[in-house]
Write a protein that binds this ligand. Sequence first.
Ligand code: SF4
Ligand code: SF4
Ligand code: FES
Length: 513
Amino acid sequence: MVEEKRTIRLKVFRFNPVVDSEPRYETYETSWLPSLTVSMALDQINRDHRANIAFRKGCREATCGACCITVDGFPELACRGIVKDGDFIDPIQGFEVIKDLVVDRTKSTSDAFRKIKYGREGQPIGFVPAKAEEIEVSRKLTICIDCHGCNSICPPMLYTSEKFIGPMYMLNIVRSMFNPLEDYDRVTQAVDVGLYNCTLCRHCTIVCPKNIDVADGIILARRRAVEKGIISDGVKEVFENITKTDSFSGVSVDERASWAKGLNLPKKGDILLFASCHYTATEETRNILKVATVILQSLGLDVAYLHEEEPCCGAPLYLYGYEKEFGEKARKTKETLDKQGVDEILTLSPICTYAFRELYPKYAKNFDLNVKTFIEVFAEKLKAGDVKLNSVGKKAVVYHDSSHLAKFLGIVDEPRQILGSIPGVKTVEPRYYHGINAISDGYMAADKDVGLEIAKKRLEQLLDTGVNTVVTTGASDLEWLRKAAQSLGRKDVEVIDLIELIGRSIKEVRQNF
Ligand code: SF4
Ligand code: SF4
Ligand code: FES
């Protein structure tokens, strides 16, 4: 029988700005017991090693929010988070360190509360009745314990704080917006402090120790903003693009469908390849569609394609708060798919997959099509031994999880299995945000500078591994990472779609390109 390990080692961030020029990590060994919380472990370390690590303690029962720190990249309440061997213990991100794990929250809070104006300047707007679902959301938001965990992992707040106030503070505004007793204009205020620069990455929702769905609250607030016509310019542009060109990017239908010329793809068929506005938007990504189609054909999968009739899935409408318009789009798209006799949709774009899988069944009655991503289909074929990948030479790559693929659809292992099957390819993982990152959401920020800043920070995290070939999945991630490399002047960095790499490792496909 294997002896259970009785001690663990933790790497703790140490920094005293009064005497230290640089922060450092100290490794401490401490005795382990089941359900050892971070707080308990730090107490033990201070007692046994005389380490004098500064950290906050309060209620010790997950109700005061004082103790929030970062455990292996994720915010956690120290009194509730369980530690494991090898964890990095850091202060929450985005705040000035007072000492070790204690940060100064006062500046952020007082700046934000000045903007929120609880003193209620301006004219009251009168009574606005709230819908039942809005009251329900408002009620749920009241259990926030102000721990700052969501703020510390919110990309637009961390990297462009002047353009987005942060989830914890936005939640305060949304709560008031849906409070039937509130009679001040919280919608205009929310838009002014960045309602449309939240990228809806859902990091806040994922990490909240109180299970508050902050992101859902933001979507509801956007619906209110749409009802009142208080919409930022970036969002108006996307709405007009979808209305006029049926594509979020505004690229004409002929240009979007041009990639399929000469491939003889039928319009009707059991399996429909949904090319998406994302992959059809540029010459580079349209080429990836060709590679994907040839790979599928090499696997014996003949797909149909709607050509000029392919619509935008409408996901941006939903996320920007155009709920009625999204519902109409979902129903119309279902009619188009039914007309073509489609049984299964094969997607490349993660956000379209999310829309078809999660949103369409709620908005288009009887929508029950099987929706699979290219990556899932390919991983299945690989597992079944139906395809063998050849060497592309010795190559170290760092994999960037597409936000929607990993967080919304849970597709984390499949891309790694595919990479692991290419002889000579070694996959390196970035230190943080494995499966939780935000680049592809960046395009959801109305202010495009927000998306670029997020992408630059993410690229830096990826390059910190020492590897300069980045592999990702999804046209948005690809586009933003390439823009980030350009903006950072990193000509040595190669960013490729996993589909391109698969194409290079299959002889019959490689010969075609
Ligand atoms: S919403 Fe959740 S994570 Fe954010 S401050 Fe409140 S309790 Fe903490
Ligand atoms: S969804 Fe993402 S961008 Fe929006 S508030 Fe939450 S963490 Fe910030
Ligand atoms: S000590 Fe109060 S929430 Fe952890």
